[in-house]
Design a protein around this ligand. Structure first.
Ligand SMILES: Nc1nc2c(c(=O)[nH]1)N[C@H]1C(S)=C(S)[C@@H](COP(=O)(O)OP(=O)(O)OC[C@H]3O[C@@H](n4cnc5c(=O)[nH]c(N)nc54)[C@H](O)[C@@H]3O)O[C@H]1N2
Ligand SMILES: Nc1nc2c(c(=O)[nH]1)N[C@H]1C(S)=C(S)[C@@H](COP(=O)(O)OP(=O)(O)OC[C@H]3O[C@@H](n4cnc5c(=O)[nH]c(N)nc54)[C@H](O)[C@@H]3O)O[C@H]1N2
Ligand SMILES: [Mo]
Length: 806
């Protein structure tokens, strides 16, 4: 363990080799995963509690040391502090915030960023690409924060340091040597609003809408379903609505691991008399019971129950469920007219009700039971709860967005909410629970391959540019374009597309074909390892780092949470290296390198003073008028949301739309199961924090398939059998070797594996209709006993047959 304390010092202007950088931190070598160490215990029935507090501090102290950790934990999610990089769940804006307004997994996210482990030029020298290719995501991410800009040129075996000046010149040369439509600019959802705004402006000034983002793989199906039906592609509730609802449905979501602070809101709602229904194929601990670590009772008591009903639905059965619920509401209204539906709302605010009623008038219960794996009586019970509720919220996340029929499924949720007028009244509404802490803000500020005309027009007017109108690539199309050799420059503002996207082998082949890949990153990941012919790594400040190298002093940024509240975020910790640049500075310099110093946009002014960015944005982004004043309010400000604010809908005729969809669900062929992929409790997307999926009882290994004991028996496998997984789609097969089958109480016919390991099983063509989101929760798989020897041959065969390369 080498300690590099102030070994180098100096300025960013020199070339990397002789740069005298000030780096503080230590390099560490951790052991890589040994899947044979896997242990399996029993799934837990309660989330959080004292253990969660212990883990928070243990991880924090282990990565960042005591004082850094305490300073960062005390400031997270406080007014004027740092927005937690963990998730997009909101904090209260009505006053009371706890001293520690975060959760175990927020703490881990901070610990990972605040780490004092560093990845120096020496580290890259010690680890050739050939070695890094063999390493797991866990090993790569745990190495720590990248301290210097690095480059790898054609024929190189290692990354070597490069000066910032040279790095930007390299980008400029590559961009000028090609055409704008052969460049793509990816964004991950941690990017702040101001940064996102500059980034999309840069792409559009260059002349492309190729702005794929993580949202394409995440909640795109939600936006696609919501915009035409209710006129806004976002949720329509506030935190207070959730807490004062009479009924909350939590569908396709695992808040215990992915939005732990939501459990506080659900417990609060139940205390206020609400009922909570969980809909999930897995019995997730956080949806069963919760011990709130912020209360004494939560630390020592038995905890609070979270859900009143638990529908253990089959993967992909939710459209059927919501069709059935709609049918039951209509039937109940017919029986007792005037008691169930909000007729006044239906008449005055919606369209398409008659067609919907006609379509849902009848129902094939056998098929509904097959599709959902639920009993009619279970569904009827939830329908009764809906009928009894005067204010219902439906929350959902990725369990609904990553399947072929996802958009239809979400439209069925909207139908059910519309029936009872659950929009624009307290305690009611649609609540897609967003993922990355600023994924929603990035969209608001223009990161989208098909931004609407009015935004583009205002952007053009503000800056005197001519934005292209042709839609760009989303993440799936970008992968295809890369694999086809249609991309020369790929820039990634955060994220790790090589691992996050579907069809890993195709994605990696595409990255390797690209002329220049540029990763603006905090930590090493797979997208650095499977790189373009030339590749740059540009290390940036994280959200909790101090950003004060500006003429006007320290700057702050802003983010938007899942409930449309924009607030400021400002880091205060000493960066691990004085070579790191803030993201707006990187974009400003990159833009000038691409577009020339005489470009009509004053990039330099924006990077020097973020108020300048906000001033521009306030004239382009709807709802951000007077941005610079309002962002300085204690809790920021709320963006307008027509359904929520005024029960109005910005659709062409001003009405919310009912939709009719054909029933669809996932049916695996004989001998196959439906496979979903999900997050463990110890990861942030492709960043693997540790190997402990505590609530599900899995530790020290990640290549597992959770499978129902009866399915194990039917398929003729023993618990813990070592298998290869074969995923089939339209007659084509993808394989992934060496998984352990683990007997688990999931719904029958469904299996679950961890993302991103299982992404190599997702066919590129398996996407949600309309939204083009990969079918990460809709694979059809079978298992074959794993034979060590056949391993290499099979993998080689899979590469030959499945990757389309010229
Ligand atoms: N700690 C931590 N927090 C995170 C993240 C992280 O990786 N780690 N990621 C962030 C991001 S980007 C996102 S988008 C969110 C993701 O948050 P989630 O959506 O909670 O993420 P997943 O782990 O994909 O879990 C999906 C859940 O849906 C269930 N499910 C799967 N298929 C179906 C189905 O067909 N129907 C139903 N009803 N349920 C189904 C699964 O069993 C699982 O409980 O979390 C964010 N927060
Ligand atoms: N099979 C399967 N695949 C999935 C999913 C699934 O459920 N199943 N979920 C999808 C979803 S919901 C999402 S959102 C995507 C996630 O896709 P991405 O957003 O592309 O992936 P992340 O793992 O969140 O990105 C992690 C990397 O971001 C960089 N980073 C972290 N913080 C910062 C920062 O402050 N600035 C910068 N510049 N870089 C930073 C680090 O270098 C880190 O390695 O994956 C998708 N892929
Ligand atoms: Mo996400």
């Amino acid at each position: 363990m080498g300690l590099i304390n102030g070994r180098r010092s100096g300025s960013e202007q020199r070339t990397g080799e002789d740069a005298e950088a000030k780096v503080h931190g230590r390099t560490v070598e951790i052991e890589d995963i040994d899947e044979d160490d896997l242990t399996v215990g029993t799934p837990k029935k309660t989330a959080a509690g004292l253990k969660a507090v212990g883990v928070s501090f243990e991880r924090g102290f282990g990565q960042g040391g005591v004082s850094r950790t305490l300073r960062s934990y005390l400031r997270v999610n406080q007014p004027g502090g740092v927005d937690c990089p963990g998730c997009a769940w909101p904090e209260s804006t009505t006053g009371h915030r706890k001293k520690l307004e975060f959760c175990e997994n927020g703490a881990k996210a901070l610990a990972e960023e605040n780490t004092q482990r560093v990845v120096t030029p020496q580290w890259w020298e010690d680890h050739p690409i050939a070695e890094l290719e063999q390493r797991s995501d866990y090993w790569l991410g745990q190495a720590g924060r990248i301290t210097h800009p690095m480059i790898i040129r054609p024929g190189d075996t290692h990354y070597t340091p490069i000066s910032w000046d040279e790095a930007f010149e390299t980008i400029g040369e590559h961009v000028r040597a090609t055409t704008p439509d052969r460049c793509a600019f990816y964004t991950s959802g941690r990017t702040a609003n101001e940064t996102a705004f500059m980034y999309q402006l840069m792409a559009r000034s260059l002349g492309t809408n190729n702005l794929p983002d993580c949202s394409n793989m995440c909640h795109e199906s939600s936006g696609t379903a919501l915009t035409p039906t209710i006129g806004v592609g976002k949720g329509t509730v506030t935190l207070e609505d959730v807490e004062h609802s009479e009924l909350v449905l939590v569908v396709g979501q695992n808040p215990g691991s992915n939005h732990p602070r939501m459990l506080g809101a659900l417990t609060e709602a139940r205390k206020n008399g609400a009922k909570v229904v969980a809909v999930n194929p897995l019995p997730e601990a956080g949806l069963l019971n919760f011990k709130d670590p912020q209360t004494p009772r939560g630390l020592v008591g038995h905890g609070d129950r979270v859900s009143d009903e638990y529908l253990q639905i089959k993967v992909g059965g939710d459209q059927a469920l919501f069709q059935a619920l709609g049918h039951l509401l209509l039937a109940a209204e017919e029986e007792n007219p005037g008691t169930v539906l909000d007729q006044e709302f239906l008449d005055s605010r919606t369209r398409g009700f008659a067609e919907y009623r006609a379509a849902r008038g009848t129902l094939d219960w056998d098929e509904i039971e097959t599709a959902t794996g639920l009993l009619r009586a279970e569904i009827e019970k939830v329908a009764e709860m809906l009928i009894a509720s005067k204010a219902t919220v439906v929350c959902w996340a990725l369990g609904l967005t990553q399947q072929p029929h996802s958009v239809d499924t979400i439209r069925e949720i909207i139908n059910v909410l519309l029936l009872q007028g659950n929009f624009g009244k307290p305690g009611a509404g649609a609540c897609p629970v967003r993922g990355h802490s600023n994924v929603q803000g990035d969209r608001t500020f223009g990161i989208w391959e098909k931004m609407p005309e009015d935004f583009l027009q205002r952007l053009d007017d503000e800056f005197g540019i001519s934005s292209p109108r042709k839609h760009g690539y989303d993440s799936t199309d970008a992968m295809q374009a890369m694999a086809d050799g249609d991309i020369d420059v790929f820039v990634s503002l955060g994220g790790n597309l090589a691992r996050a996207n579907s069809d890993t082998r195709m994605m990696e082949a595409g990255m390797r074909r690209t002329g220049l890949t540029v990763q603006i990153s905090t930590k090493p990941n797979r997208s650095h390892v499977v790189h373009g012919e030339t590749a740059l790594i540009l290390p940036t400040l994280g959200r909790s780092d101090r950003d004060d190298k500006h003429p006007g002093g320290a700057q702050f940024l802003s983010v938007e949470n899942s409930m449309s509240i924009i607030s400021s975020t400002q880091g205060r910790l000493e960066p691990v290296s004085d070579q790191l640049l803030a993201e707006p500075v990187i974009i400003s310099r990159m833009a000038r390198a691409m577009l020339g110093d005489d470009h009509v946009v004053d990039w330099k002014a924006m990077a020097e003073d973020y108020d300048v960015i906000r001033d521009h944005a306030s004239r382009v982004v709807t709802g951000t008028e007077d941005f610079n004043r309002r962002i300085r309010d204690k809790y920021g400000f709320v963006l307008p949301n027509a359904p929520r604010d005024s029960r109005t809908f910005a659709t062409p005729d001003g009405r919310a739309a009912f939709t009719v969809s054909e029933l669809e669900y996932l049916q695996a062929p004989e001998g196959h199961l439906v496979l979903q992929t999900m997050r463990s409790h110890d990861q942030y997307n492709t960043t693997i924090y540790g190997l402990d999926d505590r609530y599900r009882g899995i530790s020290e290994g990640r290549r597992v398939i959770l499978i129902h004991p009866d399915d194990l028996a039917t398929l003729g496998f023993a618990d813990r059998a070592l298998v290869d997984v074969v995923s089939v789609f339209r007659g084509r097969e993808l394989r992934s070797a060496r998984y352990r089958l683990v007997s688990y109480p999931t719904a029958r016919g469904c299996a679950a594996a961890y993302y991103p390991e299982a992404n190599e099983l997702v066919h590129r063509e398996l996407v949600a209709r309309e939204s083009n989101t990969p079918g990460f929760k809709a694979m059809m798989v079978r298992f074959e006993p794993h034979e060590e020897k056949a391993d290499q041959e099979k993998m080689a065969a899979a590469v030959d047959s499945d990757v389309v390369m010229a």
